[in-house]
Ligand binder design. Structure first.
Ligand code: RFL
Ligand code: PHB
Length: 391
């Protein structure tokens, strides 16, 4: 087999890259380790920045998002004795945020790829990347017991946190930056009417977050021990703990419903540099992980793909490689800003095991300052909405 771009990973980054390249007549093959059913069962992100929304609309992926997604002005933060702040992106940036589940977006992407008759090879085992420093790289994998080979011009490593692409960059070239946090998030999807606003809570019992997927589907998270298991959290305990972490008036408006999914996510910040090695380009979680507190992971995957698809389509239409050369630095500028915001919000909103009363007073003082200062709110809203894509 031969293609222009071999894309490793059929998550949002890999599928969106294949979709946009196709719009520019650049052929690709996607190799996904899991089955399509497995990929579509994963429940993850929910919040899209205006830049992501615009890109999805501009590339013909906006129809269901605009019908089923929910535009909103931003997100609320609550703490202490009924104190509340709205991170109002509409007021400060002129643009709303969108709640639309990653699962639905991934379905839309698969549907678009199917309509275009594109090649997505699922259950591709033992993917390996070869000759990345040559101008004739290739990829091998196993499917149904046979080894296959794809010759290509470029490899896009979109295979997430545990993929093979990043590991194909020799350790002597790779630099990694990491912070792990001493807690996780227990996430619950429930058939219940959500709160009107996405609401983050800083509480003595730990962080909590109320979000949504639709008018009848709520998404909730509570900070938990990173080593706990969903089995340790029977539904009753979860609802009790969730409500205990919000101010009484907010808690009273949380509707209890049937729990349809429960999972634990560890929190971690991670960046691997450079995002390029010869003919290999990394995008999305393959290169960087952020704790979900800033709702940035999926949005970064989308902005990486915007830069990379532009660089590759320019290369094929004009033979210019300037955007390919600048891709790692340009993508990383946006990545590091989101890493900083996610780290800062994680520190601001969670309780840490060895916190002293001083630490919590610092958080409350900072939250109080944010609530009282339009300058500080404008800065936060600008970052929560995401920095604009560079020309
Ligand atoms: P993905 O989605 O992990 O997809 C990578 C794909 O690569 C496949 N793969 C391989 N394929 C072939 N060969 C191999 N060796 C392979 N190894 C792996 C995998 O099976 C998979 O299908 O990465 P991608 O595409 O970069 O997308 C990134 C996003 O999924 C992630 O950043 C977000 O979900 C993060 N995130 C959030 N991001 C937001 O922007 N807004 C949010 O509100 C938000 N909330 C969240 C989140 C992530 C969460 N979890 C569970 C980590 C909430 C949570 C709870
Ligand atoms: C979600 O809806 O899953 C969600 C919302 C906000 C976040 C993270 C996740 O910061």
């Amino acid at each position: 087999m031969r293609t222009k771009v071999a894309i490793i990973g059929g998550g949002p980054a890999g599928l969106l890259l294949s979709h946009i390249l196709d719009l520019h007549q650049v052929g690709s093959i996607v190799l996904e380790r899991r089955s399509r059913a497995y990929v579509l069962r994963r429940i993850r992100a929910g919040v899209l920045e205006p830049h992501s929304v615009r890109l999805l609309r501009d590339t013909g992926l906006g129809e269901r998002m605009d019908r089923d997604g929910q535009e909103h002005d931003g997100s609320a933060v609550v703490w202490g004795d009924n104190q509340r702040l709205l991170v109002d992106t509409r007021r400060f940036t002129g643009q709303p945020m969108m709640t639309y589940g990653q699962t639905a977006l991934t379905e839309d992407l698969y549907a678009a790829r199917d309509r275009a008759g594109s090649q997505i090879i699922d259950e591709a085992d033992k993917v390996q990347l070869h000759d990345l420093l040559s101008d004739r790289p290739f990829v091998t994998y196993e499917k149904d017991g046979a080894t296959q080979r794809i010759a290509c011009d470029f490899v896009a490593g979109c295979d997430g946190q545990h993929g093979v692409s990043r590991e194909s960059i020799p350790p002597s070239v790779r630099r990694t930056y990491e912070r792990s946090y001493p807690f996780g998030w227990l996430g619950v999807m429930a058939l219940a009417q959500p709160l009107p606003d996405i609401t983050y809570a800083n509480h003595a019992r730990g962080f909590a977050l109320a979000s949504r997927r639709s008018a009848t589907l709520s998404r909730y998270y509570v900070q938990c021990d990173p080593d706990t298991k969903p089995e340790n959290w029977p539904d009753d305990l979860f609802w009790q703990e969730l409500k205990a972490r919000f101010p009484a008036d907010v808690a009273a408006r949380i509707t209890i419903g049937q729990v349809v999914e429960k999972s634990i996510t560890p929190l971690r910040s991670f960046v691997a540099e450079p995002m390029r090695y010869g003919r290999l380009f990394l995008a999305g979680d393959a290169a960087h992980i952020v704790p979900p507190t800033g709702a940035k992971g999926l949005n970064l995957a989308i902005s990486d793909v915007f830069y990379l698809s532009r660089a590759l389509s320019r290369f094929y239409s004009t033979a210019r490689s300037d955007y390919l050369e600048s891709y790692p630095a340009m993508a990383l500028r946006r990545v590091w800003n989101a890493v900083r915001l996610s780290w800062w919000l994680t520190n601001l909103l969670h309780r840490f095991p060895h916190d002293t009363p001083f630490d919590q007073r610092m958080r409350e003082t900072e939250l109080g300052y944010l609530a009282g200062s339009t300058h500080a709110q404008a800065s936060l809203a600008e970052q929560y909405a995401g920095l604009p894509f560079e020309p």
